[in-house]
Structure formats: C-alpha cells, structure tokens
Unconditional design. Structure first.
Length: 564
C-alpha cells in the first residue's frame, strides 16, 4: 500500500487518470432516475484520492480547462449569437435574469452564513449545476490577491462547496421543475403540451407528425404505359418528373445492358427503369409507369449525400427549383436538395426559395453528378474524423491574449482573464464555423473529447489538490452549505416562473423548458419531457441553456469579486 501511495505521489498523472476512470464509471450509473454524472463523480474521486496528499501541477490543470472552455464556446456559439437577435431576445433576457437571481442568492446566502469567496463560488456552481462556474472561479482565485497557501485553501473550498450542493441542484431542481412548478403555474403539463402541438405545431410531436423533407429512395418499375414508350429517360424526366411530384429516372435497362439517365436510347415497352424520389412521388410513379419489380442490379449504383457551401457568387441567386431543373437539363438525371442552412440556421425549404452566397445545401445524387455540382457551386463540407487544431489553437491564443488585457478604472484593475477570453473566443469561432463551413471543422467525437475530457481532467486535478481540506471542510460547513444550496437551486426557478408568466408571457410548457435551460440542468429537461410525454419543453430550453452556460461561467469571476 505504501508503495502504491508513493507511486501516486511521484506520478500524479496516474492519480489523475485513476480519478477520471472512477468518475466516468460511477457517473454512468443510475439510481432510479438519478445519476451523479461524470463531473461530480470525478470531483468526489479526486477529493478522496487527494487524501493521499497528491499535488497536480497548475499548468496541467489549466491546459485541461482551456480545452474545455474553447469547446463549450465552440459548441454553443452557433445558437448563442443568433439568439441575441430579435426573435430570441426575450429568452436571452429571461436567462440572464435567472442567472442574476442565482448570483444574488449565492452572495446573500454566503454573507448571512459568513462564508468566504471560495464557498460562495462553490455554492453558486453547485446550486446552479454549472461546471463552467466552478472552473472559471477556480482558475481565477488568484485575483483575490491572497498568498499561495490561502489561494490553494480557497480553491479547495470552491470544490467542496460544489460537491456538497450539486446533487440537490440536479435531482431537486429536476423534481421541482417537472412536478411542483406546473402546479404553481396552474398548468396541466401533459394536456397543455398536447394542445400546443395541435395548435402551434400542427402535428403530434410524440408521434413524429409529417416531415417537410421526406427521405429520397430508389425503386425499379416495368414500363407498361404506352404513352411513355419512345421517349428517352432525359425526355421523360423533363416532361413528367415534376408532374409525378419529383420522381425521376436515374438508370435504364435496355435488354441486358444498364444505361445511365443521359442515354439517347428510347424507352421501350416492358423495359425496366430505376426511379428516385420521395415515397409519395414513387407511389404516383408506379401508377403512371407500371408495376414495381425486383431488379437489384439496376438499383446498385452509388449515391452521395453531402453538404455543399455556395462560395461561387455566380452560383447564387437561383431558386431551389431552378437549380434542380438546371442540373436535370444538364445531366439528364436528378439532383435532390434535401435542406438548406443560412448563417448557421436551417431554412424551410421551398421550390421558390432563392439560394444566397454562403448558403449550405444538403444534396443527394449520383456520386459523379454530385462531384460536378460541388465544382460549380463552391466547396464540399464532408464529414471528417480530423479536428482543425490550427483553428482551435489560434482561437485559444487570441482569446487568452485578449483576456490578459487589463484596464484600470478608478484605480481598480479590470480584465476578462485568459479563461473568459478563451470562452468568448470559442463562441465567436464556433459561430464563424457555422457560417463559413469551409474551415474550422471539429467533428462531434473530437468536440466530445475536448469538452468532457477537458472538463473532467480539470475537475480531477482540482479534486486531487483540494483533497487534504475535504474532511475539515465538510465537518465545518456541511449541513448549512447543503441547505444554502437548496435555496440557490430553487429560488431562481421560482422567480423565473413568475417573471416568465407575467412579464414575458411565455407559454407554460415553453416557460418550464426555459427554466430548465436557464439553470443549465439537463436532468430537469429530461424529467420535464418524461412528465409531459412530449418534446415541447425543448423549444424553450435551447436558447436559455446556451446563454446561461456562458453567463454562469463568467459569474465565476463575478461572485469572487463581489465577495472580495
């Protein structure tokens, strides 16, 4: 045992990964509907292992946290910045009010109970279930002007405060939002969501309803309609494709030979044609062309679905219908436009929608045709397993440098700090990536690693360094801190309910989702959806969640300065 302890003390990186292993394992376990999650589990593991008096170098701790901050900014940037515009402004203001109530409640509770800045920051982070608050506060304890020993002690109290208050902040808030909050609003959650689906969405969200863009598929038909005989596939597509609702011939079997749609060979009676289109269009095609047949060889051709960024200005200013018709006339076979994204936001697709420069088109077609289309429109944004580390590194450097800039106001030095600068850089760079899709790509798997390993690696280091103060901290602050955490968790929700109802006049289902988002509590959204048997609350969750992730992270510095 002594040998193992010596190894962990001399090689703290082993202890760090031990805390990560335990945290991710235990955090994945569920007790009924409750789970501690990987962050809290990793912190507890770090605190326990830290009893062995293990010290992790600050530079390693800061490196993990910097990766996390940029990743979280990058992931919410595409929603956060557009939310600042008019349509999302009420939800932005609502989220900021809820965050402000959380900060004020933490400050007042800390003052009443005689807590210092570290406990106040941990109380805010755990009560509002925001790991970004924990990280930013811990990374900026040095701004309190304490000596190194006091700074380490203060960082330990932040971690202890978070560990004590987080469990109720998650489970208690989830129960309150899904069970008690609807009663406070006088709202039948399930019935209200069903009514919203019927009157506002025009379909039942639980059953899925009807999608605007149904998937395209291919089927083979035997030609029995004499009116089609003698026409080439190109002529058929031009004359009848739109009539059928968007079903087109993609290949044609003439005897034993398989020909592409641009062939000049005419269709003869009894021939087999491969047609592609939506299920409805192919249903009409079967009635017009002839019965469906099994011809696996004819249908065995390669198609590609890909996002194309319109970077050639000459390619813009056409409608969706014009582009599809131009490609049909050019190649004799169809290209299907399945979706369009503009400035990072999906746009409802219609035949008369005009394509603009920098739009992103999701298209599907024969591989060779798609390749030619990419050349004529701009560039492809293909799925990749590679992360643009140059883009990420540049963002972190720029954000950190901006964060170090200090401005003196009335003799008081003010700065964002490198951590907040990195977070804001992630926001901007993530938003730019959502608009200019030709650079800066970080795949979801890579983003998951930077986000989760970055945060939990940082949390593990914090726990290891804070471990020696765990026992005395819990003995001195445990019960009072837990009760204070309950107040910090619930009061912002209560205020949010009545502000949302009487000031912003949100629909109750949307309001409940907004409360969950403003509290950055994913467990609350899950409990809401389960209780409602509907996804309607999600409509109010996204914008407040994105705003609060940023606002509460920055509040990690705010609460320290308020308590200073």
């Amino acid at each position: 045992m002594h040998i193992l302890v010596d190894i962990l003390r001399h090689h703290p990186e082993i202890a760090l990964f031990l805390a990560l292993a335990f945290g991710f394992w235990f955090g994945s376990l569920k007790f009924g509907s409750f789970s501690l999650g990987s962050v809290t589990s990793t912190l507890i593991a770090g605190l326990l292992i830290g009893q062995l008096d293990i010290t992790v170098a600050p530079v390693l701790q800061d490196t993990f946290f910097t990766m996390f901050l940029f990743a979280i900014g990058y992931s919410v940037g595409p929603q956060f910045i557009p939310a600042l515009k008019k349509d999302g402004l009420p939800q932005v203001v609502f989220a900021l009010i809820v965050c402000a109530v959380g900060v004020a409640t933490s400050y007042l509770a800390a003052k009443v109970l005689g807590y210092n800045a570290g406990l106040a920051a941990g109380l805010l982070a755990g009560g509002m279930t925001n790991s970004g608050t924990l990280g930013v506060a811990t990374a900026n304890v040095h701004q309190l002007g304490l000596d190194p020993g006091q700074t380490r002690a203060m960082a330990s109290l932040i971690a202890i405060g978070y560990a004590v208050t987080y469990p109720f902040g998650t489970a208690g808030a989830a129960w309150f939002v899904s069970s008690l909050a609807p009663k406070l609003l006088g709202f039948d959650l399930q019935k209200g969501c069903k009514e919203y689906e019927a009157t506002r969405l025009g379909h039942d969200a639980e059953s899925g309803g009807e999608m605007a863009n149904l998937p395209r598929m291919a089927r083979a038909f035997r030609v029995e309609n004499g009116d089609l005989v003698g026409r080439t596939p190109r002529e058929f597509n031009t004359e009848f494709g739109d009539t059928l609702g968007g079903a087109f011939i993609t290949r044609y079997r003439a005897g034993s030979a398989i020909l592409e749609a641009d062939t000049s060979t005419s269709i003869h009676s009894g021939a087999t044609v491969a047609m592609a289109g939506s299920p409805q269009a192919l249903f009409h095609a079967e009635k017009m062309v002839g019965p469906e047949v099994d011809d696996g060889e004819l249908l065995a051709y390669t198609v590609e679905k890909i996002d194309i960024v319109v970077t050639r200005k000459a390619a813009a200013n056409r409608t969706v219908r014009d582009l599809e018709r131009d490609e049909l006339a050019r190649y004799g076979r169809p290209i299907f436009i399945l979706g369009l994204t503009r400035r990072g936001q999906p746009v409802a697709l219609s035949p008369d929608l005009k394509i603009e420069h920098r739009d992103v088109l999701t298209v599907r077609g024969v591989h060779s045709h798609v390749e030619d289309l990419i050349k004529s429109l701009g560039s492809a944004d293909r799925p990749t397993t590679k992360s643009d580390i140059a883009f990420m590194g540049a963002g972190i450097v720029i954000g950190s440098l901006v964060g170090t800039i200090t401005v003196h106001a009335a003799g008081v030095p003010l700065s964002l700090s490198p951590s907040v600068g990195t977070l804001l850089a992630g926001l901007i760079f993530g938003y730019l990536r959502s608009i200019y899709r030709t650079f800066g790509g970080i795949p979801k798997a890579g983003l998951w690693v930077f986000n989760n390993v970055g945060l939990n690696g940082f949390i593990a280091a914090v726990g290891l360094n804070a471990g020696p103060g765990l026992v005395s901290g819990l003995a001195h602050y445990g019960v009072g801190l837990f009760v204070a955490g309950m107040v910090v968790s619930l009061l912002p929700i209560v205020v949010g309910l009545y502000v949302g109802k009487y000031v912003f006049k949100f629909h109750p289902a949307i309001l409940l989702g907004a409360c969950a988002g403003a509290r950055t509590c994913t467990a609350s959204l899950g409990a809401l959806q389960e209780a409602a048997r509907s996804t309607v609350p999600t409509l109010g969750y996204t914008v407040p969640y994105a705003v609060s992730r940023i606002a509460l992270a920055i509040s990690g510095i705010v609460i320290l300065l308020l308590m200073k």
